[in-house]
Design a protein. Sequence first.
Length: 269
Amino acid sequence: MTLTYSIADVAPYINWIYFYHAWGMSGKPVDDQQLLRCEAEERLQRYAKTYHTHALFRLYDAYSEGDDIVVDGGRIPCLRQQQGAECLCLADFIAPRDCPSSAPHYAESSRVGVFATTVDSGMETDFRADPYEQMMMQLLADRLAEATAELLHLEVRRRYWGYAPAEQLPVAGLLQEQWQGIRPAVGYPSLPDTSLNFVLDALLHLSTIGIRLTESGAMKPHASVSGLMLAHPAARYFTVGRVGEDQLVDYARRRGLPVEVIRKFIGNT
């Protein structure tokens, strides 16, 4: 399913903490941060009818097989922690194929959401003549793509997947991730392999919302987010960390790619 949002739709879900951090304003006086935010909000109002954000998602029946999440039409290979006590993998939060439907939380663990969000490319290309304006709009575009993912996930939980129809969290609670489940994004600690975007592209067709992939799997526009939506109540974020040679070989086999190619994608080996 594809969805288009106005800037006004998604602006309430912006996490301004990361906006300040991107400007190097973390820890600066509140008045300075507020001045920067006022500038940003003026841009949001000025371009409210010029630009839009876009979301694409699909819900799949799924089961886990080893460290893979298996869906109709493909597999989503995941990486497992190799250090620490728990050695978590995202596939741990998906029910195995032979799991009985009477098992606790079976409904939440027998599906997976796959998603991507982005902005109109003009937010990144229309301001090149003014370096300050270009930076302001790029950082706003980044925040709007993330805010779109927040709003999309809210609508998925309440309506499309519907496993939390009565959820009534304030925006602050949403940004603190107080909702059930997790939304791990590609390139982040639980899904560190950016080239996994090729797998998601095969499932979603990212070009539907204007996203193209580079040779390494990075998304263009840069202000784009992709990842998974998991609903199991026990699901939580973690850092894969260093990937040992044994797992690297196994992951390359599951991806169907040479080990040295995967090594370049992951880096942390």
